[in-house]
Design a protein around this ligand. Structure first.
Ligand SMILES: Cc1ncc(COP(=O)(O)O)c(C=O)c1O
Length: 401
């Protein structure tokens, strides 16, 4: 990658310009090289550094207080980390420590990172090459209440879900499902962990994605965009009673770089920006513009384009089959759009513009997307024909005599 600014990135040799509609899952919510964030970093290096993870810190305390104000209920305590995986690991450790239970349930096809416990809560394909499977983890179909109810009991420490699973193609859950998950947790004393690494910070049109479902989780994991795209920092926010597990020994969990004071200054501003009503109103306005634009494209590309999975600017372009995602990814790249198909549902291309994208840029995206869909339809036919040829060939090569 070469130059980058706002919604745009360039190829490393400057030969190609792309609008970033992937944004590393939300790292670039505020666009690339956001000038306000860069200024904060520049000023902060005049008087700060990473800080000391053994000592009290004004920056960490200030950021934790702001998070506490912006969270509902008694989600009042925050532990900072460096990566989303680390923040998920901690959420699962807290759940096990507090409940004194070991079992964890997550969604099939969900994704929580590649560190220890986060890895165990994800797809087997990422664990098995490293012999990293662990006892106590179970995955069930997302948005299926019966499957979850059958798996959960009073040996379950936590249910961890992405509010909208991105790797599963931005599958939007039913409101009754998420509310049902909360009730199930209450019934068995299970802790509900919402992974808001992608859905947090205004992506869905509300500050936190779970707000759409009128529930309060026990633990919320925040990452990616909290960095302002500039300084890695993540947060695990826990309900007040859970903090008791740190009373006996506050050092049972530490992270040398977690909550770097430089990162805290940046995250503070990211939160102020992302929680303002002007910012969230604009996210919803832009979301409406995409909704209207894609509705028109649905007519033009009937049969190929199936729909837009959407909650605010957490979007997935749904197409007719699993060949379409990779094909549209390529066609879009050729048109100057960076977007990537969902790994666990290749009929969907993830569609995550910066939350700061302008309405003029949205019009440009929609025009380019129209062209990309046109060439993707042609490419899809070619790949389809090739796939058929390969099938026929394999019948003949497999035949004896
Ligand atoms: C929903 C979700 N949770 C957790 C993670 C892990 O974050 P990190 O890559 O910072 O460890 C990711 C990363 O893509 C994610 O999308």
């Amino acid at each position: 990658m070469g130059n980058r600014e706002g919604s745009y990135i360039n190829d490393f040799d400057g030969t190609k310009e792309l609008i970033n509609l992937h944004c590393n899952g939300g790292v670039f919510n505020l666009g690339h090289r956001n000038t306000e964030i860069i200024d904060i970093l520049k000023k902060s290096v005049d008087d700060l550094d990473i800080g000391n993870h053994h000592l009290m810190s004004r920056e960490r305390a200030g950021l934790a207080a702001l998070l506490s104000n912006l969270m509902p209920g008694d989600l009042n305590y925050t532990i900072f980390g460096v990566s989303g995986g680390e923040a998920v690991d901690l959420a699962l450790k807290v759940a096990r420590g507090y409940t004194n239970r070991t079992n964890i349930i997550s969604a099939k096809g969900g994704y929580h990172g590649h560190t220890g416990l986060a890895l165990a809560a994800g797809d087997a394909k990422y664990r098995e090459p490293f012999k990293s499977s662990m006892p106590g983890f179970k995955q069930v179909t997302f948005n299926d209440m019966d499957a979850l109810a059958n798996a959960a009991d009073n040996s379950t420490a936590a249910i961890i879900l992405e509010t909208i699973p991105a790797t599963l193609g931005m599958k939007i859950p039913d409101k009754e499902y998420i509310r049902g998950v909360r009730s199930l947790c209450d019934e068995y004393g299970i802790l509900l962990i919402m992974d808001e690494v992608q859905t947090g910070l205004g992506r869905t049109g509300k500050l936190w994605g779970f707000e759409h479902f009128d529930i309060i989780p026990d633990i919320v994991v925040i990452g990616k965009g909290l960095s302002g795209g500039i300084y890695p920092i993540t947060a695990t926010v826990i309900r007040k009673p859970l903090e008791s597990i740190f009373h006996k020994d506050p050092f049972i969990h530490i992270s040398t770089f977690g909550g770097s004071e430089l990162g805290c200054r940046i995250a503070q501003r990211v939160l102020e920006i992302s929680s303002s009503s002007d910012f969230l109103n604009n996210v919803n306005k832009i979301a409406e513009q995409f909704d209207q634009g894609i509705k028109k494209l649905l007519d033009t590309h009937k049969g190929f384009l199936i729909g837009l999975r959407q909650m605010g600017l957490m979007m997935g372009i749904e197409m007719k089959d699993e060949l379409c995602g990779p094909v549209l990814t390529k066609a879009a790249y050729d048109q100057g759009l960076l977007m990537v198909y969902a790994n666990n549902d290749k009929s969907v291309v993830q569609f995550l513009p910066p939350l700061t994208i302008t309405n003029i840029e949205v019009d440009i995206v929609l025009k380019k997307l129209d062209k990309a869909l046109k060439s993707a339809r042609k490419l899809r036919k070619l790949y389809g024909a090739k796939q058929k040829m390969d099938e026929i060939k394999s019948i003949f090569t497999g035949r004896k005599g």
